[in-house]
Each structure stands twice: as C-alpha cells, then as structure tokens.
Design a protein around this ligand. Sequence first.
Ligand SMILES: [Zn+2]
Length: 466
Amino acid sequence: MVMRSKLQRIFSSIVALLSLSLVFSLSPALAKPKLLPKPQKVKWLKGEGAAGPLTVITINNVTGSPGQTLYDNFLKKLPKQGLGSEGYLLEVSAEKTVIITPHTWGYLRAQQTLKQLRDPQGNYTYCQIADWPTDFWRGAHFLIPNASAQPAIKKLISEVLVPLKCNVFLLGVGYSYQFPSHPEIKQNGAWSKQQMREIAALCQQNGIIFIPEMGCLGHQSWGTPPHALLRAYPDFEEPSEIDPKSSDFYCRSWCPLHPQVNSVVFDLIDDLLDACQSSYFHVGLDEVFVIASEKCPRCRGKDPADLFAKAVNDLYGHITTKRRKRMLMWGDRLLSSARTPYGAYASSANGTDDAIDMIPKDIIICDWHYSYFEEYPSLRTLTKKGFHVWPAVAYDQRAARAFQYAARSLKGNKSLGTLSTTWCTADNIAYLLSSASPPAGFTYADKARARAKALQAVLAESWNPD
Ligand SMILES: [Zn+2]
C-alpha cells in the first residue's frame, strides 16, 4: 500500500507537471511573434489583445506626451549617435500604441514591425521596442526580368523587401528598357517608362532608394551574341584578341575611345534616370577583360589603366558633373589581383587597377566578394584612397557574414552597409518569396532557392546582425 501510494504521488506529480507545461506551452503569452529583422531592443509586456489608439510623436516632442515613459525606459540604451532617420521606439498595449521617430522613414519601419506583432485574429503581443538599423544602406540587387513580370516585382518589393526593411533596390536594367532617345537599341521584353515609373513610385512610398544599373564598357554580351548596344552599333566594339567563338571568351566590351560611343550611352543613361526618377546611377564596369586590344587602332599600345580611367571619368562627367547624380560602380577593376587574394574576376589581372588613383573619390565603389577569405584587404585599400564602399555579398552565407563583419569593423564610417546580390532575374525571387505565381513552364535560375534564402538572411542581418 505504501509503495502504491508513493507511486501514485509520483505519478500525480508527473501528471501535474505535464499539465502545467501544457498550460504554459498553450499559453498565448509565451507564443511570441517572430520579428524579422530582429529589433535591437524588445521588452515584452504582460498580455495581448487589441491595440490601443495610435499616437505618432516626433522625437523632439516626447516630453509630456503619451510616449514619455517609453522614451525614458530606453533612453540609456539608444545608440550614441541617436536613432537615425529610420530608427523608432514603439509601444503596443491595450491603452495605447505609440511610435516615436525622428523621420517618416522611421514611421514606415515601425509600421512593418507593428504588422508582424499582429496575429491573424487582429490581436497584438504587447511590448515596447527600441529599434534602429546597423547598416546605413541595406540593398538588394537583381537582374531585370521580362516586362511581363513587372507585377511580380511589385509584390517582391511590397511583400518581401519592405518587411525586411530593405532601403535600396538596385536593378540591373541594362538595355531592357524602351529607350525613347534610341529606339534602335531594342531588346525583347524591354520595360516601358510607365512600368519603370510605377516601381519608382512604389520604392519612394516605402522609403526605398531605387537605383538603375547599366553595365558599361564591359559585359556587352554573354559569350558571343552581342547585347542591344553592339547589335545596333557594331562598330562601337573593342575587337577582342581572343576569338569570341572560343570557349575562353567571356564578354564583349565597347571601345572607350570610339568617338560616338559616349553620346549614345549618355542618352541611354538620361532616359533611365528620367524613368527611374533616381538620384543615383550604377554604371557596372565590372569584369572588363577586353580592353587596350592590339586589334583596336585607337587603343593599341595604350595603358589599360588609362583607358579604364577615361571610361570612368567620361561617365562621371555626365552623371555627376552634368546631371548632379551620384555614380556607383563595381570595384573589381580597381583592385590588383597580385596584391589581394581575390582572383582575376573580383580583382584585376589585366592592368586596370592603377586607375584607382585617376578617378574621382566621390564615386561609390561596390566592392563585391562572394567567397570566404580570412581578410578582405580591398575595404582598407579603397577607403584609404577616400572612396565610400558598399560591400556586396552573394549566396554563400559564411562568406557574406565574414565580409559584413570586416566591413562593419572599418573605422571612419566609410562603409555604406551591405548589398545583397542575387545575380538572377528578380522574378525568380518574387515567385519563391512573395504571393506572385510563376507562369506555366517557368524555369528557375540555378541555385534560386539558395539565393532567395541568402537575400532574406543578409537583409535581416544588415538591420540587426545579433
Ligand atoms: Zn579601342
């Protein structure tokens, strides 16, 4: 009997513990919503339910407002330099919902967090949050898809990039636009001005900088078939010393000394600046392998660095000096492969790297490195020369974290943040991550899932790496 009663007591205790844990595991108070990006500081309050009425307070008007307690609670935990234009404080409780922020952008970011705190029944988990971005620019880079996929790209922006608090949308447009100035430069599936304007408006409404990219100088083909510029103007091509039909051939280039090339290219840039309503323009300039060709009567015998610098300076003269827009370019041709660990694609083995000393220092250099290295010396090389760098990563997340960490350790605020490159058309990512559905027979790009996953992780960690 004694044994039985002891066993009964033990059994009862186990049942009681299990019941208790069941109660706790079912308790809605413990089922905290998943917030992505993770806010910098969260204090969960007791309870959940409907949210009290919303008050939005600018940071200079906190004293005596409904946000005073919220502000006082986090005062000692805010960054020394302040919340920045995208930072915010947020409180959700039954009595009130409060957003304190210095800027509209902070209000937009707070709204995204608020949406994630809401369950499908419309109840909120009560909390106080202090939040601000770690990186200043948190960008996503895609290649432009066929114009028919434009509605999917809108969903990608509003359903994926906006909730992840991305603030730069970099679109590799190339020649996939119906250029009003040069209708002879044609590409199938090219976007209309109206389509581009809609993307520009959507980005603007959501506090996202929209930057168009057109690959200049190099990348005038993939393999043999020329892209639209060289199809329309074959004489702009820099003749390659390697047969374009051979397997060693990479991409065609234009000749930086051709007397007509700039006037056409500047028209195309103006068309895109107008369509995208952008204050920035990305000119590509990566992986230029055909340059200073012995087969070109203008470039033969000239220094590749001089020719590369001329192309950069010509583009800068139009985009920045004349049009007052900020220019961005990929950084690989400015880095020596002999003095860095990067290899002949992510750094230059064809003599262009001395151009680093011949170009204006207010060009933003997109320093791209997609492999893991112990160190990323280009960050110091470029910033010591006076450039701002925007480190670009891809789908190898170990490499991405190492490069992001190295960039954040740089002194002097010369790194703008992180650019997550997908190197596939944006519709791939839209179909994987948003409510957009692929058309029948759609074939996903190589590693599209890994690219989509990395994009989410990199953007979230760019806001808060913890
Ligand atoms: Zn030439």
